[in-house]
Design a protein around this ligand. Sequence first.
Ligand code: 4AD
Ligand code: MG
Length: 480
Amino acid sequence: MQQLSILDLLQSDPSPNEVIINGWVRAFRSNRFIALNDGSTINNIQCVIDFENFDEEILKKITVGAALNIAGILVESKGQGQSVEIQVSKVTILGEADPEEVKLTILSPKRHSLEKLREQAHLRIRTNTFSAIMRTRSKLSFAVHEYFQKNGFNYLHSPIITGSDAEGAGEMFRVTTLDPKNPPLDEEGNVDYKKDFFEKETNLTVSGQLEGETYAMGLGKIYTFGPTFRAENSNTSRHLAEFWMIEPEMAFCDLDGNMDLAEDFIKYVVDYALKNCKDDLAFLENRLLQEEKGKPQIERSEMALQEKLQFITENNFKRVSYTEAIDILKNCKPNKKKKFKYIIEEWGADLQSEHERYLVEKHFKCPVILFDYPANIKAFYMRLNDDGKTVRAMDVLFPGIGEIAGGSQREERYDILRQKMAELNIDEEELDWYLDLRKYGTAVHSGFGLGFERMVQFVTGMGNIRDVIPYPRFPGSASF
Ligand code: 4AD
Ligand code: MG
């Protein structure tokens, strides 16, 4: 006898052979119909019990949330909504779930707010919404690897513990084994990190880019896909303190090639989800429709979820220089009427999410890649243009999300990079290995970083990034 998943069973033909299935009870109606789910699909299998011939004691324990092992025959379903169901011959209770206690959790059948579900992050995977999101997240991860592997990229495991601040933004979590109550001090009374585990200051990585660059300059094309940590105090629906980033890096590739890669990659991954997550996306699309019913017309999406994803795969991203974008923003209605929180006065202004979203959602109405930003609002490693004031940076902006990816062509010229680091007071000794790369066979190279959770958010239509990662970490919260 073969043990099948509910996904397998729902795709099988009725057969007189006995099947065995494990799962959790989603609902039990009329002492007769068990809706069982095992996580393999959003769909439940209906298990029909002939209750007159069943032990009372067992019937009592078939409650929402309980884990069951069921044996029976797969028959054609007489009911609506499924083609097959199980005519049950035996139920074994694997794990009970006391109905009174279930009432206090999110497993009880009533609808719960997403905030409430976050408080029980260990149980929310038993809900349709979260299982749909997490199955989609898993498929998307696979699509990321598939895309790069098909295109000749090597998967690089960049280090989690590093000594450098790749983004120069100072938003790092310290890694230390020193006793916080009694750290060793140096002669000046500062903490003496020479006595620490690594004999220097270390932190959790904010980006694998710098290490990625060194490997691209040997392997040609690499990508990283791993956890990234930022101690930025951003309590927004798009920021996490621990998130997963995908960072491709390519030798002998300029910014145009980088933009081509970003667009092609994103389209591939979205298309993969459309083809491989149909049932989950249909569920999430409907969830979003219900959620938006409570909102004023103007805030509702113009397109349904899957239509929006299709739109991404079928249309070109609009490529716009920072300078053009500033002209559009300076003259747009919300800027003139002071509806933006940050008014765009002149060239050089850093763009906020409200500006990015205006460009994408109102002006161009499609994904936008902004490029050639002012040097002084971007990181030190970006390649300086001949105008001396802009760098070969790019940001990919998405509807509802804002920045989904950011990258650049890298400064490959030793002297110019050194000069830039000096201007920004970046310790040359700390990054001598990064500078070295420019001394021995330097070449044009480029890459970008895409925030995986922002991608999952976009594909699943979820409004808050905390709902697309199993255990979200954000300021004030690291439960579970
Ligand atoms: O724009 P960022 O900071 O770029 C870098 O880290 C570069 N080193 C990437 C590279 O060129 N290899 O981050 C890249 C992306 C952002 O576009 C965003 O999608 C995501 O990472 N991101 C975050 N996602 C969730 N929570 C946060 N706190 C994030 N910070 C950045
Ligand atoms: Mg960025």
